[in-house]
Design a protein around this ligand. Structure first.
Ligand code: CO
Ligand code: CO
Length: 322
């Protein structure tokens, strides 16, 4: 869709849409640039409060992935006209407001329209130094790749809709999606990394591929090191794979090769469309242990899952080993 936009000629646009980056960046002065992003979607969990909280965490995630600090947000809501829906909308708003408060972000306005299917999210404004933007073109050969949340929320969401998941599973995947990427982002900035993105609708392989394409690099991933929700593997066995995940497998298969030991469920999970997934961080190899240690000492998940192995030489951007 973005391909239809006119070319960007304003020199103050530091990050536009060319490299599928997480957010746009616009320079205001030599020291200050603003980061702009928006995200909204249909309910991902049954509980309206947690839907609102996840929508907020998800909208903020692109700002954190750029290495920026979110400051303010506008609310975007679409909801059915039936008065019976109003209590749910109130709860959705409540969840969004609480999560934005946790992030230290002020909601300063918004817009609501009527629609048959509810949708909720935010447009977010962040700030960053123009010289410190972690855009997709900054991965380097030799970087280690670190992931900060488990993969499989798309498949679990499909399983939940089919009534196949326990309360415990629903709690775990809900709290993973509602968790802010804030501390993970702050720690990666303290350590100093090459770049980062967040794992969302295009799955681990799709978002990894965006960075590798923009950086003209290739990578090796170890499927056995990628943190997956066990429940998602069970649900794959029951054929609960969402359409977005199947579309990802088709879209990205020409960029990926798999070693024989990589199982079919793993191949599906690596393409699973995530909501409010973790940061995918590219860190110089010498700082890998420092980054992972700093995250784990605060109880955050940080898994080393592979490396940037060389420059691009053909259409294969990613090789997956067991
Ligand atoms: Co993103
Ligand atoms: Co986004």
């Amino acid at each position: 869709m973005l391909g239809q936009l006119p070319p960007i000629t304003d020199p103050n646009v530091l990050v536009g849409y060319a490299n599928a980056d997480d957010a746009g960046v616009y320079r205001i002065t030599d020291d200050i640039a603003v980061v702009l992003t928006t995200d909204f979607f249909t309910p991902i969990v049954d509980d309206p409060y947690w839907f609102g909280a996840i929508a907020a965490a998800n909208a903020l995630s692109d700002v954190y992935a750029m290495g920026a600090r979110p400051l303010a947000a506008l609310n975007i809501a679409m909801f059915p006209a039936q008065p019976g829906f109003f209590p749910s909308l109130k709860e959705i708003m409540h969840g969004g407001i609480d999560k934005m408060a946790e992030a230290g972000v002020s909601i300063i306005g918004g817009h609501t329209i009527r629609d048959k299917e509810p949708k909720f999210g935010f447009a977010v404004l962040g700030v960053i130094h123009p010289g410190k933007i972690l855009d997709n073109s900054r991965a380097r050969v030799g970087d280690a790749i670190v992931l900060t949340k488990k993969i499989g929320t798309g498949i679990i969401s499909t399983g939940v809709k089919a009534g196949l998941c326990s309360d415990g599973v629903i709690r775990e995947f809900t709290s993973s999606m509602a968790m802010l990427n804030r501390r993970a982002s702050e720690i990666m900035l303290e350590v100093g990394v090459s770049t980062a993105t967040d794992v969302t609708g295009f799955g681990l392989i799709g978002h990894l591929n965006e960075v590798l394409t923009a950086s003209r690099c290739r990578a090796r991933i170890f499927s056995g090191q990628v943190p997956f929700f066990e429940e998602a593997e069970r649900l794959i066995g029951l054929n609960k794979v969402p359409g977005g995940t199947i579309a990802n497998i088709k879209s990205f298969s020409s960029y990926v090769t798999f070693s024989e030991g990589v199982s079919d469920p793993e191949r599906i999970l690596l393409n699973d469309a995530q909501t409010s997934g973790g940061l995918l961080i590219f860190v110089p190899a010498g700082k890998k242990e420092i980054l992972i240690g700093a995250m784990q000492s605060e109880g955050l998940l940080a898994a080393y899952i592979g490396d940037v192995t060389g420059e691009l030489k053909d259409d294969i951007h990613i090789h997956v080993e067991k």
